[in-house]
Design a binder for this molecule. Sequence first.
Ligand code: HMG
Ligand code: MG
Length: 287
Amino acid sequence: MSDAVRIVEVGPRDGLQNEPNPVASKDKIELINQLAACGLTHIEATSFVNPRWVPQLADAGAVMDGIRRSAGVTYSVLVPNLKGMQAALQHAADEVAVFAAASEAFSQKNINCSIEESFARFAPIVDLAQENAIPVRGYVSTITDCPYAGAVAPQAVVEVVERLLDLGCYEVSLGDTLGKAKPDQIESLLELLLKRVPAQALAGHFHDTSGQALDNIELCLAAGLRTFDASIGGLGGCPYAPGAQGNVATEAVCQAMADWGFETGVDLERLTQVSVFARQIVSAQQD
Ligand code: HMG
Ligand code: MG
């Protein structure tokens, strides 16, 4: 099995969407440029969502227009509906991500519709993406626990993953939105999922509230997954998942991969410097 691991850097999106202090567009742009210079090949740069819901990313267009596009780097964005997809095209996103949930309650709080309705919104996104040869990635949130409804049945996750793949997503990222998933929960979820979908079609997206994200990633690696989302400096969380901490830090994941003998292609020394910059820009307003 391959020892190459792909890291999807989600800090500029998942990290910055939850910051209480405003971050200047020019700092976001600089962060994204610096991340690309570390050798990260996939950067989720922002979201084209309703700015009243996520004011932190209201400058999505300006950020996409302002970044320096490095060859070989995919700059992706989150889109909840056709309006977001149209904006993504207008601002030259290389890839888009749609985001569903395995919990009805989370779907309602996060995107103001049921799981069924969310798939009706995704269909025209995928059509337009395919017309423009834009790959579509999928997310399934709340893979073990929902902040509003408690425990989530693994079968509900499997159903959403299969629907996202059937819709045309090339990969589905498994979102531990609260960051509280225990390794035994991840192990049994993977066992169920891998009976239905190949490991290459799955990615791990672990927030790190309980400090078990790296343990969960190690389990995913053993099960054959080779794509992991991470956020520089461990920034962020979801505004609609109260109490959740940021994604596992990119620098921690890349260090762990090196320790475990996996290749990420990322310059760790440079990444550590960028994590300092990332923390500076989110705390700049507090000084
Ligand atoms: P809604 O209010 O139901 O939408 O929101 P609507 O269709 O009724 O439209 C209402 C207004 O929003 C209209 O404007 C639309 O034009 C506007 P008005 O006429 O009132 O002036 N609007 C938009 N504006 C800009 N861009 C758009 C857009 N769509 C509508 N794309 C909606 C529905 C989905 C838009 C809203 O609920 C929303 O934006 N939600 C986003 C929530 C979000 O971003 N959450 C965080 C990301 S998910 C996450 O973090 C989890 C993840 O990391 C994985 C994990 O950890 O589990 C991915
Ligand atoms: Mg997330």
